[in-house]
Design a protein around this ligand. Structure first.
Ligand SMILES: NC(=O)c1ccc[n+]([C@@H]2O[C@H](COP(=O)([O-])OP(=O)(O)OC[C@H]3O[C@@H](n4cnc5c(N)ncnc54)[C@H](O)[C@@H]3O)[C@@H](O)[C@H]2O)c1
Length: 330
């Protein structure tokens, strides 16, 4: 038995945001590892939740359509669970500026009530929280390590920062084992491609698969990308090991690439397609963080995690998934 099978076989695992992009990929892996999986998701249409994400395994998971803001359902849902992967979130930076209160309620207040539910009803649970690189804001230096100042440039970054630190606080004060992974741009099958709410790469992929040109804004910004299977692996490893409790870890990518070079690579891997370079829209420029890439040596040294799927390979797998399944994601 592999260490992860040992950790999860027969265990009860709750995934909030479990019908979303990363949550559903995690659920598929947990089923393979023999876990008893419960997915909680609100399926709010603007977010990445999609029932097709669990097509074929519906009978192997329990699905509860509820909202993590509901202070009455969470205490019931956390009971008896061994692990909680806390992934439910409002992910759009622009939406957080246009509707800051909803972002606050989901990414900060609801996180606190999930933790209160655990404190009152299941303090033995182990929690892994999906945090984000957005909380660093504009980098002072690159690659960014976990010691970099947190200086978010948008409402989403501030609320995710609070959400992350509630988890660390509950670990430190109440001994509810929790850690946080600061994810960078994550991509792969089951991501939202309807629009750019989750990531600009989503809309690029949809348009290229539809044979239409996509837009690259400026294109000189350099970024790192994590293939979703690698992100899932990191979440599982962090859940399975107790030396990570109370800590935060960056995830990263196998390479650093400018958005213009990424666009060229996507066209090359797709064997066709085109794009137009445009100026950055003014309303987005104000919250853009410019270049970003992570130093993920901390998680590498503590857990041995590193990205395994090269960008080219990850893009090829993603394009193949959407060529076959686009109708379910439009
Ligand atoms: N994808 C990335 O590049 C990335 C980067 C950094 C951090 N993250 C974090 O990872 C987590 C998962 O992101 P994702 O990319 O899978 O996005 P996603 O939108 O596909 O998944 C989030 C899920 O949470 C659900 N959800 C949202 N609000 C909810 C609520 N109030 N109650 C119940 N469910 C709710 C959505 O329906 C969705 O299915 C998020 O917390 C996000 O902040 C993702």
């Amino acid at each position: 038995m592999s260490p992860l099978e040992k950790a999860f076989k027969g265990k009860k695992v709750l995934v909030t945001g479990g019908l979303g992009f990363i949550g559903s990929n995690l659920a598929l892996r947990l089923i393979d590892l023999g876990a008893e999986v419960l997915l909680v998701d609100s399926l709010i249409p603007e977010y990445g939740g999609n029932l097709f994400n669990v097509a074929g395994v519906e009978n192997k998971v329990r699905i509860n359509i509820s909202d993590v803001r509901d202070e009455h359902s969470m205490p019931y849902l956390v009971q008896g669970q061994d692990f909680l992967f806390n992934l439910a979130g409002q992910t759009s930076h622009m939406d957080s500026m246009q509707d800051p209160y909803t972002d606050l309620e989901i990414n900060a207040k609801a996180q606190l009530s999930i933790l209160e539910s655990c404190r009152k009803h299941n303090s033995r649970i182990k929690i892994v929280f999906a945090s984000t690189r957005q909380i660093y804001g504009k980098p002072d230096y690159l690659p960014i390590d976990e010691k970099h100042l947190l200086r978010p440039v948008d409402v989403n970054g501030i609320n995710k920062m609070a959400g992350e630190w509630y988890h660390i606080l509950y670990n430190n004060v109440y001994g509810i084992r929790a850690c946080a992974l600061r994810l960078t741009n994550t991509y792969g099958p089951r991501m939202r491609v309807k629009d750019a709410r989750q990531t600009f790469l989503g809309i690029w992929i949809r348009l290229i698969v539809e044979g239409k040109p996509f837009e690259v804004w400026e294109g000189q910004q350099r970024r790192d990308f994590t293939y979703v299977d690698d992100a899932v692996q990191a979440l599982l490893m962090a859940a399975a090991r107790d030396e990570v409790n109370g800590q935060v870890f960056n995830l990263g990518g196998d390479s650093v690439i400018s958005l213009k070079d990424l666009a060229d690579l996507l066209v090359e891997v797709n064997a066709g397609g085109g794009y137009a370079v445009k100026v950055f829209p003014a309303n987005r420029k104000g919250i853009d963080i410019g270049d970003y890439y992570a130093d993920f040596s901390r998680i590498h040294s503590v857990l041995g995690w590193k990205p395994e799927v090269p960008l080219r390979e990850g893009l090829a797998r993603t394009l193949a998934f959407y060529r076959a399944n686009l109708e379910h994601y439009r």
